[in-house]
Write a new protein. Structure first.
Length: 253
C-alpha cells in the first residue's frame, strides 16, 4: 500500500509562540517518533510569516512544510504576493492552490489557479489543488460538471503523480461538522480520478479528502481505498487531535 498523505491547513491562525509550542506538544503525543519516510508525508501549511521560523523544527522531525497559496506570477510589482520561488527558498515543498475560501472571498478563478499551479511546478513545488462543490451546486445535481470544470480549466499538462495532489473538499463540509457519507466520498474520489485521467493522459491522481475530518472520523475515511490522504483544517490546530489523526493513518494503525 502506498503511504497516505496528511496535510494540516492552519489557515490564518496561530502566533509564533503557538508554532513553537505546537511542535513540542506534537512531539510528546506522537510516540514513538515516526520514520523519516512516513513523517515526510505529513505536511504543515502554516501562515507565510511563520514558515521560515518553522523550517528547522519541522525538517528536523522529518515533517514537510507547505504554503497556503502562491502568486500567479514569477516576480515583480505584485504588492503583498508571495511567489512560488520565495516559498521554495523558505524550505517549502508543498503549496495549496484553489482553496474554496480563496475562491469565494478573493474571487480566485480556475484560470488563476492554472497560473499558480504552473508557477509552483516551475519552481519544483508539489501542488495540492483544492476542488469541490457548494451545497446548492450539489442540490442542483451539478457536482460532476463543477469538478470537471475545476479540473479541465486549471490543470496544466505538466501535472504528474508526483507534482500534483488533488484535494476534494465539499464546500458545505468545511468547518461545519458535516461530511459526505463514506460511499459518497469513495464514489466522488473515483469520479475525480477518472476526470483527471481523461483530462491529462497518464495522470494517475492522488485524491485527498478534506472537510470536517477529525480524530473521530479519520479512521474510517482514511481507510477508504480511493482516499489517498486528508486535508485537515480545524482539528489540525490542536496538537493532541493532530497526533491522534496521525496515529489513525492506515500504515500506523
Ligand atoms: P475543516 O477541517 O476545519 O473543516 O477545514 C477543512 C479545510 O478547509 C482544509 O483545507
Amino acid at each position: 500500500m502506498s503511504s497516505k498523505i496528511l496535510i494540516a491547513n492552519w489557515k490564518m491562525n496561530g502566533t509564533l509562540d503557538f508554532c513553537f509550542s505546537y511542535f513540542e506538544s506534537l512531539g510528546k503525543e506522537v510516540a514513538p517518533p515516526m520514520l523519516p519516510e512516513r513523517a515526510r508525508n505529513i505536511v504543515f501549511c502554516a501562515p507565510f510569516p511563520y514558515l521560515f521560523a518553522l523550517q528547522g523544527r519541522l525538517l528536523e522531525k522529518g515533517y514537510s512544510l507547505g504554503g497556503q497559496d502562491c502568486a500567479a506570477y514569477d516576480a515583480g510589482a505584485y504588492t503583498g504576493e508571495v511567489s512560488a520561488a520565495m516559498l521554495s527558498d523558505t524550505g517549502v515543498s508543498y503549496v495549496l492552490v484553489g482553496h474554496s475560501e480563496r475562491r469565494s472571498y478573493l474571487g480566485e478563478s480556475n484560470e488563476i489557479c492554472r497560473l499558480k499551479i504552473q508557477q509552483a511546478h516551475d519552481k519544483g513545488l508539489t501542488v495540492i489543488y483544492c476542488i469541490g462543490e457548494t451545497l446548492s451546486q450539489r442540490k442542483e445535481g451539478a457536482l460532476e460538471n463543477v469538478l470537471k470544470e475545476q479540473i479541465q480549466d486549471a490543470l496544466p499538462k505538466s501535472v504528474t503523480y508526483e507534482n500534483t495532489l488533488l484535494a476534494y473538499e465539499p464546500v458545505w463540509a468545511i468547518g461545519t461538522g458535516q461530511t459526505p457519507t463514506l460511499e459518497d466520498i469513495e464514489e466522488t474520489h473515483m469520479l475525480i480520478k477518472a476526470l483527471a485521467g481523461s483530462h491529462c493522459k497518464n495522470y494517475s491522481a492522488r485524491v485527498l479528502y478534506g472537510g470536517s475530518l477529525n480524530e473521530k472520523n479519520a479512521r474510517e475515511i482514511l481507510a477508504l481505498s480511493k482516499v489517498d490522504g486528508a486535508l485537515v483544517g480545524g482539528a489540525s490546530l490542536k496538537p493532541e487531535k493532530m497526533a491522534q489523526i496521525i496515529s489513525l493513518m492506515p500504515e500506523n494503525v
